[in-house]
Design a protein. Structure first.
Length: 368
């Protein structure tokens, strides 16, 4: 399979992986042939990348971080509970916000069970091929990525559950922000930005009243936009005034925001987002946390097209967990851009002088 941007897709190409709705329902199945109409619809739904079949790369695949069943349960619970939070509690005497701790803790248990099956789990982009409500998918992404970090850092299961719930609910305050601001396609005005920033405080207020949740979960919502140098909000906390869980979530929240399609911006690829994060190492983000995060992220997604410093081109066929910035590349074309009759693979962890110099450039031709 190959990972293409929606703009690189052409009619006649076939999907290698399913396209899901925000409810976890399959919209387009594997083998579905793309048409001009389908490509346009996916683009209008902000789907930026899809996996496409290609006989030269048909054996290339990767296991998702969480199973399809867990994904379906998670998106259903997130949608149900976040939607309930959007209904004002005072709108009618009979309407009360539901307690959310029990179903979300059960959901977290499923996520941790899935992640526990692979002790070397790496953070791979989860937002491929999903027609999503940004808040729901972003919340799930940050939850799963942060849980991977917590487990690899050595937290106990109970602490990973609290960290994961804090990550899942870090943006719950946005359910109290005007939908016009959340979905505005242009830059926010100063007044609108000030209202948007209130989601941290509103999230804290919602969660601190929730029975059966640790207060640390509420503080994750409160502090995930605080930064080491005091430049964050809402309180301008510095260094150790920021709780450790919120520091993890702050890194992952920034990363996922950069690598996910939004109304007003296209997604970055992971290697570009990592470079942007590292510009804030030691000032915005805790240095040792950022280093651990870097070592757990698959910088170049499996299936993506790359050009090497030797002049040849191919796709990323696998990652090296010990050297995530130096993947295994299946070379498909020579220095002149001609297709190879017999593709071969280069393990960049053993070819240290070879560099990736371009990612996902140019038009893609699929061989049948």
């Amino acid at each position: 399979m190959r990972l293409l941007t929606i703009k690189q897709c052409k009619p006649g190409m076939r999907l290698a992986k399913k396209i899901f709705s925000e409810d976890g329902i399959v919209l387009l199945g594997e083998e579905m042939e793309l048409t001009e109409s389908l490509i346009s619809r996916l683009e209008s739904c902000h789907v930026q990348y899809v996996y496409i079949q290609d006989h030269r790369t048909g054996d290339i695949d990767h296991a998702p971080l969480i199973s399809e069943d867990t994904f379906r349960i998670a998106v259903k619970e997130i949608r149900k509970n976040f939607s309930a939070m959007m209904t004002p509690a005072s709108a009618h005497k009979a309407i009360k916000r539901p307690f959310i701790a029990k179903p979300l803790k059960e959901m977290m248990g499923l996520i941790i069970d899935d992640l526990s099956t692979n002790k070397d789990a790496m953070i791979m982009l989860m937002n491929m091929g999903i027609v999503d409500h940004y808040l729901y998918q972003h919340s799930l992404n940050v939850c799963v990525y942060t849980s991977v970090l917590g487990m690899s850092h050595g937290y106990s299961r109970d602490e990973v559950i609290n960290l994961g719930l804090g990550a899942l609910l870090h943006d719950i305050g946005k359910t109290q922000i005007s939908i016009d601001i959340l979905k505005k396609p242009d830059s926010l005005t100063k007044a609108e930005y000030e209202e948007m920033k209130l989601h941290t405080t509103k999230g804290f207020e919602l969660l601190k009243e929730e029975p059966n949740f640790s207060l640390s979960i509420a503080h994750c919502a409160f502090q995930h936009h605080e930064r080491m140098d005091g430049s964050g909000y809402p309180r301008g906390l510095v260094n150790n005034e920021i709780m450790e869980h919120a520091k993890w979530i702050g890194i992952v929240d920034s990363y996922d925001a950069m690598t996910t399609s939004r109304i007003y911006s296209s997604p970055m690829l992971p290697h570009d987002a990592m470079e942007r994060l590292y510009a804030g190492s030691g000032t915005l983000y805790e240095q040792w946390m950022l280093a651990h995060f870097r070592d757990k992220v698959v910088i170049y997604p499996i299936g993506i097209s790359v050009k090497l410093s030797t002049g040849v081109s191919g796709i990323v066929s696998n990652y090296n967990s010990s050297y995530p910035h130096r993947p295994i590349v299946r070379v498909l074309t020579n220095e002149a851009g001609e297709d190879l009759n017999v593709p071969y693979e280069i393990d960049m962890s053993t070819h240290l002088s070879t560099m990736i110099i371009a990612v996902n450039e140019g038009e893609i031709t699929i061989k049948r």
